[in-house]
Ligand binder design. Structure first.
Ligand code: GDP
Ligand code: CA
Length: 337
């Protein structure tokens, strides 16, 4: 069997590690190949190094090297290099980079500098984590750089001159500056994926969606993780066109994101923080949707909504959730004949 998933960072990674555990526990499913299409809209260049936070969270989590308590970064990491950078007055300091993590960014930047594509670099980094052996193929959504920017109010702007956005009191900051540096506190007015019009899906991305047996949407951020992957030209059409059932998991439980600031992201689109609003963002290709018990809502046309425990408290509960998503997908697949 071939399973393809679109994913952001922590929510996607924990779900997919659970999926792999669920598959590996069943000899009939263990041979299943999992292709993960990771969001690269969060990518940023810091200290001259290319950092791909979502790809790295996926790689470290699936490879067994993640810092579980943070959900990102390397377990047991230290901050010596970042401390030295601070001593030199080198900025920014709001983005945490561990010493072990720095090696990933240095290797990636070196190989990109030698002319390798991001997809090839990602595969090479993944070798160190045994992703192949674990039957996981990690693909960036695109080899071209895409960076998400967030439009926020600029209280310092000169409101006396009208015309351009900047003069109207708005400014755009890199997604990471808003999310990490500002804790997503300034209300987001809009998101722009800079570079998306010129981006093409990385090699293997469209095939993985079109030729999958099952497509899963982990409970990743619907706007700035999965939404960005879907906006790579061709990806959404492939999702609409695939014959595989598409099953998603709500990242929203009790009208709040389980972690992070998905509520602030949905608000920017004028949407409430509800599982139904998230399902609505996927309505043109979604077949099945898992929500928390008691949060069943009228399904968009053609979507089967099912209630299951949605909290990934540990690897076992994540495996159960992934198993539930897969079971729904296989049930929908069976029903299609
Ligand atoms: P990020 O890139 O690190 O922000 O990670 P993702 O985009 O992959 O996932 C973030 C989303 O995962 C957030 O909107 C969370 O609400 C959701 N999430 C995190 N943990 C859980 C969980 O245990 N269960 C569910 N259903 N969603 C979760
Ligand atoms: Ca992310």
């Amino acid at each position: 069997m071939r399973i393809t998933a679109l994913a952001g960072g922590v929510g996607g990674a924990r779900f997919l590690r659970g999926l792999r555990a669920h598959l590996d526990a069943d000899p009939a499913l263990a041979e299943t190949e999992v292709t993960v299409i990771g969001n690269t809209g969060d990518d940023i260049t810091l200290f001259g190094l290319r950092v791909c936070p979502d790809l790295d969270t996926l790689m470290y989590t699936l490879g067994g090297g993640i810092d579980e308590s943070q959900g990102w970064g390397r377990v047991g990491d230290t901050r010596t290099v970042q401390g030295e950078l601070a001593a030199y007055g080198a900025h920014p300091q709001w983005f945490g980079l561990g010493d072990l993590d720095f090696a990933t960014h240095i290797a990636r930047s070196q190989w990109l500098g030698n002319g390798m594509e991001l997809s090839a670099v990602t595969a090479r980094l993944g070798q160190r984590w045994g992703l192949d052996r674990r039957r996981v193929r990690l693909l960036p959504m695109s080899d071209e750089p895409v960076e998400t920017y967030v439009v926020i109010d600029d209280p310092t702007a000169d409101r006396s001159t009208k015309g351009t956005e900047a003069r109207a009191g708005l400014r755009a900051v890199h997604f990471q500056e808003w999310w990490v540096g500002m804790g997503a506190a300034p209300p987001a007015r809009a998101f722009h994926a800079v570079g998306i019009d010129l981006a093409t899906p990385a090699p293997g991305v469209l095939d993985a969606i079109r030729h999958a047996d099952v497509v899963l949407l982990p409970p990743s951020n619907p706007v700035v993780s999965i939404g960005i992957v879907l906006s790579v030209p061709g990806v959404r059409d492939a999702m609409r066109g695939t014959s595989a059932p598409v099953v998603g998991v709500s990242p929203i439980v009790s009208e709040a994101p389980v972690r992070g600031h998905a509520d602030a992201c949905l608000r920017a689109l004028g949407l409430p923080t509800t599982p139904a609003a998230v399902a609505g963002l996927y309505a043109d290709f979604l077949d099945g949707w898992l929500v928390a018990p008691g949060e069943e809502h009228p399904a968009p046309d053609g979507v089967t909504v099912a209630a299951r425990p949605l909290l990934m408290r540990d690897p076992d509960s994540a495996a159960r959730l992934a198993g539930d998503a897969l079971a729904l997908a296989l049930q929908l697949r069976g029903a299609r004949g």
